[in-house]
Design a protein around this ligand. Sequence first.
Ligand code: PPS
Ligand code: ADP
Length: 225
Amino acid sequence: MPSPAGSGGHGCQRQLKGRITVGKGRSRAGQAADVEGAGGGLALWFTGLPGSGKSTLSRAVARELDVSDRRIVTILDGDIVRQFLSQGAGFTRQDRYDNVCRIGYAASLIVRHGGIAVVAAVSPYRDARARACALVEEAGGVFLEIHMDTPFTACVARDPKGHYARALDGDMELFTGVDDPYEKPLAPDIRVRTEIEDVAAGVRHVMAILQERRFLYSAGHKTTG
Ligand SMILES: Nc1ncnc2c1ncn2[C@@H]1O[C@H](COP(=O)(O)OS(=O)(=O)O)[C@@H](OP(=O)(O)O)[C@H]1O
Ligand SMILES: Nc1ncnc2c1ncn2[C@@H]1O[C@H](COP(=O)(O)OP(=O)(O)O)[C@@H](O)[C@H]1O
């Protein structure tokens, strides 16, 4: 299968070099298909610090896509994935890399069948996100990286799960943003600044870019993916 936007097993070039290239994929019938237009599979990858708003915004976007796009929408949230696909995984670099690759692989299966994968995962390392991107693109899908660009201080103030308080007290190790790194996307497809965009504005922002880049597929009835 052609993988023009991937880099042959070394991650996605668009991710690594900050270029936007969307190439050819394969349709369900196995014929080469231009995936830049609507109709192929799509992965929306929400990345950001814990508490940055990934789950909240991704769910809201998924709800919007559910009514406005004919493709089946599947949410892959880090918290849920860790209960099933990555049960027992911790937060070492290797565990996180493996976790993100598993999510990327699950997303690749969804896009291969023409669905929309909405991913919400901290996914703090660029190389792991690039690998996920390559997996999706190799499956003929479009991968859009959405950076939840919420400052660390705002995430600490929100602290929806009380994790920052514990990590800052030294009760949790390897906590992203505290004693484990978050590598910001260098050239995200979409950057959501949640301090100035509320959830509704974030949904409008994401949907407007999908519309503008013609990644929405509205015609006809919902497909089975
Ligand atoms: N050490 C450490 N670092 C970061 N996050 C931690 C940690 N321990 C537990 N949690 C909770 O697990 C959620 C992140 O899981 P992910 O699968 O998205 O992380 S990763 O992509 O594998 O890095 C994350 O959920 P979100 O807050 O929804 O992002 C945390 O609540
Ligand atoms: N603009 C915004 N977008 C998304 N979440 C926001 C926004 N403003 C405030 N929040 C709040 O921030 C918290 C983020 O939690 P969550 O979505 O679980 O983040 P994450 O999945 O990144 O850990 C929620 O309580 C949410 O209501």
